[in-house]
Design a protein around this ligand. Structure first.
Ligand code: ATP
Ligand code: LTN
Length: 333
């Protein structure tokens, strides 16, 4: 099996709403910062967006919106392959084959499945797709011989399952797949809700002051940060036990790239009001150019569609030979 000179990364994001600061700081920003270190493939996983109840018009709109967001935050389609999952049919095909070697018990043990299915009181509304979600994710990754999968903390278990599936396939059918590694960055891996630091910031959550969305107006950003939950202590320190404050400091640290020490020193003798004001300024300033690029990309849908089609062709060119290898290994060719 021929491997690329630079290690290959693959990662994906669901088009289930507007991206928030957790997606950006926990995943996208890092993808952008590391563009030259890896051979990168990034994907808007629209098939994953169908695993919970969805509306077709919304899915179509949000897939394009997420694609534009990835370009707006700085992914350069000349330095990475950027595409929508459903445009490359091999994902669904490989998913089926992997389904046939994946024990159901492995899937029923996944935390995300347990959480999401527990939230749904009517069992008739939990789709087989929700249970199968991690097998499709495994197909996404191993279809490209990816070595490294940069994700937030919440997806680590799914990448570990991918390793188990790839290793099992290799054992049963002979060496076919690269067994990938998850890569979770230290800071920003889990950005919490501003109103409730025990819940993660999330796209599909409608608590009004929980998440800062990439497209939020400056006023909304300032309001959400001003109302963020903290505690009644005074000194400003990176203390994970003080979850609300820790979350605000983490956001500031990842956005400014300043060290924890420098930030703590800056706020000696100062209060939460100062910190929140500075943080709001930093977030507003950081997002401004991203929002401008996003608006201009969304105003030119034909250009976006062209870029999506180009990405899909480049992705398919990598996926096709891997799929041919799989078909041969399992006796379909
Ligand atoms: P949803 O709420 O619709 O389930 P989500 O907000 O969790 O979605 P995903 O599309 O599942 O977002 O995740 C995209 C990427 O963002 C993944 O790498 C994931 O680990 C990361 N991510 C999601 N939420 C956070 C968060 N709160 N903090 C840090 N990283 C996050
Ligand atoms: N499940 C992931 C999205 C995803 C993904 C992938 C991430 C789908 N396929 C492949 C990394 C690699 C999530 O972030 N919720």
């Amino acid at each position: 099996m021929s491997l690329p000179a630079r290690p290959r990364t693959f990662s994906g994001i669901k088009p289930t709403g507007v991206a928030h600061l957790g997606n950006y700081l926990g995943a996208m920003k890092r993808w952008v910062d590391e563009q030259d270190e890896y051979d990168n493939i990034y994907c808007v996983v629209d098939l994953h967006g169908m695993t919970e109840p969805f509306d077709p018009a919304e899915l179509r709109r949000e897939t394009r919106g997420m694609f534009a967001t990835l370009l707006a935050v700085g992914l350069d389609p000349d330095r990475c392959v950027l595409f929508a999952q459903s445009h490359v049919h091999e994902h669904a095909e490989l998913c089926w084959i992997l389904n046939c070697i994946t024990p159901v018990g492995w899937l029923e043990r996944m935390t995300q499945f347990k959480d999401k299915s527990r939230k749904q009181s009517d069992r008739e509304r939990i789709s087989a797709g929700l249970l199968d979600y991690p097998v499709l994710m495994a197909a996404d990754i191993i279809l490209y011989d990816a070595h490294v999968v940069p994700v937030g903390e919440d997806q680590k278990q799914h990448v570990e399952l991918t390793r188990d599936i790839a290793a099992r396939f290799n054992r049963v059918f002979g060496d076919t797949f690269v067994v990938p590694e998850p890569r979770i960055q230290e800071a920003g891996a889990r950005i919490m809700g501003l109103d409730d630091p025990t819940r993660k910031m999330s796209k599909s959550d409608d608590a009004p002051n929980r998440s800062i969305f990439i497209t939020d107006e400056p006023d909304a950003i300032r309001r959400k940060i001003a109302r963020a939950a903290t505690d009644s202590r005074r000194e400003i320190r990176f203390d994970p036990e003080r979850a609300g404050l820790f979350n605000l400091l983490t956001i500031l640290q990842v956005i400014t790239n300043d060290s924890n020490d420098a930030i703590e020193r800056r706020y000696e003798g100062k209060g939460y009001g100062d910190l929140k004001r500075d943080l709001a300024d930093a977030v507003v300033a950081h997002l401004a150019p991203i929002q401008e690029r996003y608006r201009s990309l969304m105003a030119n849908p034909d250009d976006l569609d062209r870029e999506m089609a180009r990405g899909a062709e480049r992705a398919a060119a990598i996926a096709r030979p891997v799929m041919a290898r799989v078909r041969k290994a399992v006796g379909l060719a």
